[in-house]
Design a protein around this ligand. Sequence first.
Ligand SMILES: [Zn+2]
Length: 130
Amino acid sequence: MNYCQCERPRAGRNPDFCGYCLIRHNPRIISTDRHMTEFLTELAKQPGPTAPAIRHAQKRERSGRTEFGLSYIGRDNDLEALEEAGDGIAYAYLSWLNDRRAGTDDIDPNLLDAAHHFAQAHAALERRRR
Ligand SMILES: [Zn+2]
């Protein structure tokens, strides 16, 4: 079957079809609860406490789905995530400065743990971009 190949497709009046080329979207590339669950089920198999992060990700993705529609198609999502990983490290650092202001000079190990995992995420995303 022939599917929409637009670089930046948009939802048509019928959301199954592209509003530009009027050709059907490949249903396997549309963000749905089922596809999100497919991805998050694999994440849940990874070591570590993933459940709260999975709930958070589902909530964030669902709330953005209506607002942002198909904008993820053709966007460099890895670059967006790289920037979020860098932001996460910066936020951990800034939290430490707030701790300092409150009188605690030692870096909270939880902040370092968070920054370390953001750094690991950053490295993984960079591997995808090579
Ligand atoms: Zn199209």
